[in-house]
Design a protein around this ligand. Sequence first.
Ligand SMILES: Cc1cc2nc3c(=O)[nH]c(=O)nc-3n(C[C@H](O)[C@H](O)[C@H](O)COP(=O)(O)OP(=O)(O)OC[C@H]3O[C@@H](n4cnc5c(N)ncnc54)[C@H](O)[C@@H]3O)c2cc1C
Length: 466
Amino acid sequence: MDADVIVVGAGPAGLLLAGDLAEAGVAVTVLERRDAQANLTRAFAVHARTLEELDARGVADELLATGQRVGELRLFGRVKVGLSGLPSRFPFLLVTPQYETERVLLGRAERAGARIERGVEVTALRQDATGVEVDVRGPDRAESTRRAKYLVGSDGVHSTVRHALGEPFPGHSAVRSVMLADVRLSQAPPDVLTVDTGSDGFAFIAPFGDGWYRVIAWDRRNQRPDHDPMDLDQVRDIVRRVLGTDLGMHDARWMSRFHSDERQAPHYRVGRVFLAGDAAHVHSPAGGQGMNTSLQDAANLGWRLAAAVRGWASEDVLDGYEAERHPVGRAVLRGSGGLLRAALLGNPAARWVRNTVLNAVLKLGPVVSRVAGAVSGVGIRYSAPRGAHRLVGARAADVALAGDGPGRLYEALRGGRFVLVTSASGDASERHGWRGPVTTVTPARPLGADLLVRPDGYIAWAADAS
Ligand SMILES: Cc1cc2nc3c(=O)[nH]c(=O)nc-3n(C[C@H](O)[C@H](O)[C@H](O)COP(=O)(O)OP(=O)(O)OC[C@H]3O[C@@H](n4cnc5c(N)ncnc54)[C@H](O)[C@@H]3O)c2cc1C
């Protein structure tokens, strides 16, 4: 074996996963076909649940320092969802370029001992009862094979791993000719996030916090193929028609035109091979869910693979990845697709109805917390086995801890172990049944239940305190 786990692709999903596996003492190799880390700005929104996952890995503060916090999510014009009421340490959206997220995750993975091989492209794979073998083409175009116990395809939307498995990627194209530009503005936008729609299209502007802004625009009257040359005047023109001003945009450092698909692989696990991130699902950029969902896939998979390599996990634990993450991917596809279709409404009467109805329902407290929970990921909850305690599958809140050790649950989760939160003394391992290592902590205030929290911050087992 060349490694316990081979991860194909050093995007956000692959890097988070590699860090988790290496921290758990698993021999992990990442194969990445690019020579250097990408410096393109793709995703720019990091949501609260992702920040919590990064907090549980000790790198949230490093990422927070790179961006700007936004306390509300603007949907269309005046329609917005407040995030300040989120029951999280991070009740906001962090706007920062994707390459900063990748930089932070790469640093962590390397410090933990993950092996990252660049300029190495995976071209084919085979699996048998004991492992997975991949054919690779190296920097000098030399062909070789690598073998590991498990393999994860986090190799993006055109995933070679998914193709090699023969997995379909059913779905459809949602919107064509969306323009992206990173620009400077001579005039500050009226709001931190500016977004609106008109009969002609939509415009969205978000700050990176360092003087650069991301503009996303779509012009119903000017649809072109992805490869058509793009200039800033095309962006200025539609932004002016939708917002009434182009805010003096200039100096585009990067521009790109893309089309957005909505697709999902039917299976995230085929034997010893797993799909994570864009390799498993792709959807509209509305709501900024792509990178966040990908990172949370990786957080869900890492501890399972580590436990399988160490011999602590049954097949059920590995199957649990698809069982939990496939429904989340489907919900994200539906949610971001609905948001996109609402944004693309061309008819002024339909847009008026949309804004009026949304403005009314988003004044209702429970609706706001549901929408904020869904968009931020804080509301994600996994289903529990029949007969399980009502807390199993829920996201664990970041409770304060007593004693001289870590001050909060998410600090105690650093290191990738399960954490038992209990006020009772004595060994609870017979009750919760987890065979891997467990850190035991005491809550600062009684919780009314003992909780076994997984490394990805979800409750694996609970029992009412006696
Ligand atoms: C133009 C654009 C704008 C976007 N804007 C947003 C946004 O605003 N908000 C948002 O949340 N998301 C956005 N996304 C989506 C977001 O960038 C992705 O969801 C995210 O990058 C997925 O991470 P990943 O790790 O799954 O895959 P990727 O980031 O795609 O990483 C896959 C990696 O695998 C490597 N690879 C591929 N094939 C092989 C192979 N055969 N062998 C070895 N390595 C291989 C690639 O080089 C790449 O480094 C955008 C995407 C695009 C294209």
